[in-house]
Design a protein around this ligand. Sequence first.
Ligand code: ATP
Ligand code: MG
Length: 570
Amino acid sequence: MKQSNLFLPTLREVPTEAEIVSHQLMVRAGLIRQLVSGVYTYLPLGHRVLRKVQQIVREEMDRAGAQEISMPAIQPAELWQETGRWDAYGPELMRLKDRHSRDFVLGPTHEEVVTGLVRDNLNTYKKLPINLYQIQTKYRDEVRPRFGVIRSREFIMKDAYSFDTSRDGLDVSYQSMYDAYSRIFSRAGLKYRAVEADAGAIGGKGTHEFMALSDIGEDTIAYCTSCDYAANLEKAEVVYRQGAEKQEAAGGMEKVPTPDVKTIEQLMNHFHMEARQFIKALVFKADDRFVVALVRGDHELNDIKLKNVFDANVLTMASEAEMNELGIPIGFVGPFQLPDTIEVVADFAVQDMTGAVAGANEKDYHYKNVTPGKDFAIKTYTDLRNIVEGDECPRCGGHIAFARGIEVGHVFKLGTRYSEKMGAKFLDVNGKEQPMVMGCYGIGVSRTVAACVEQNNDENGIIWPWTLAPYQIHVVPVNVKNDEQRQLAESLYEQLLAEGYEVLLDDRAERAGVKFKDADLIGLPIRITVGGKAAEEIVEVKVRKTGEALEIQTSELPERIKALSVSLQA
Ligand code: ATP
Ligand code: MG
């Protein structure tokens, strides 16, 4: 491609709306332009990168035996009513009406469509397992679209759906997708980790998220510094080792006035005690009943874990009005004299506390010298808190550290959740009807592009890995008005194209400084500069990633480029 003719609007200034480096660079390097909040156009360079990601995804999905299809973005509301998601999905679902006032959605995902498709067209074990995928535009009216194409409202996803005859079959399909994802993200040059995530109602080892490691990631990953255990914060199991013999506090439990002393911090100042000596009590509504959860004052409650304890669909903090109705004073909640209907659960660590301070369930009062088990009864002690750095690894006993990640992929064992609701059944070997056992597997294709830029850049611009680069080689004649330079550059360009490289020729009559700045910003892996030594057939070859530059005789160029391309792909 000749740059003089390329639609490549680069920018020197950092766009003010872009908070993170990848967003800034994707705009500055002319990859994307925003149409409206969370909706983007891909310009030629951006589109090429997107296609490269799609190509890798396609090759690995095909290799794993999945079959590509293309499902509609517009989906009738009836399908979503079958699974109950028409009501459950909330404002993220883009809804619209046709001219007959019929309800539709713009697909945020395709479980309904694909389950309906398979239900209507396949009904025997002989045709199973099957895995169908597509690479397609998705719509989610995100509360806060941000970070450019990392969280947008229209984005490209690869979504795959597997259908098996049994749980064991699903395990095989799942593993095959897990392996394909690992190959995809490795080939895309990402530093990533597959982490265990919360599977909600399904439970078990039913889901992994593929996280591109990055400080701007919205998710916290807890990983072991000794083994390969990694889990999302929401999922990471806390190992509980029963503490030393519980000492009973000197003196019994005692009610003390604590006017307006509500938060852990206020309590610490008031009692001159550490956070770990307080029992934090939180009131939640789990579906339609109220529950109280206790954690140690220095620990954070993990509401996903709490939600799973009660097998709840929806878990919310009790509102002020609800607290008033229950007669529980905000700031003074404790495990005492609660209405019988309220179940109290406590984190393991609470079990070992002695001489603690807890709310008295009476305005302006706390109890001190509280010993759980003696002063109040708890039926269930369980894992309710967030893991913290330094905690023990649940697999190997090593230590947990934290990293942040961008979710680029997600593999999930759905089981029969959708097939039962939608009646997707097959006849087994014995002619008996059974629900299909499903898995679903997503990759954020557009998000992967941004994650790659987020991981590969410096102060001058993007540093594309070979596999995703919009072009691999940038040929830059310093001065196109100089015939020798222009002619040599053009002949190298033709030669490299003929050898099968993707090449961009900067044939613009711009100043050298401008051209080099743009070249660094765009960040193609190899730059060949044709300058003052053109007459001697000497050019400079520069590697964007290392900054390493060599003067090379053009006769040696093919060999050098070949070697470089191999080492850059390693
Ligand atoms: P997130 O937690 O980031 O909102 P999700 O868990 O809702 O994502 P999935 O339903 O698992 O997303 O979708 C599969 C993949 O699609 C995700 O792993 C992610 O890479 C991508 N994705 C999801 N939402 C967006 C979005 N708003 N913009 C770009 N990519 C997205
Ligand atoms: Mg997800």
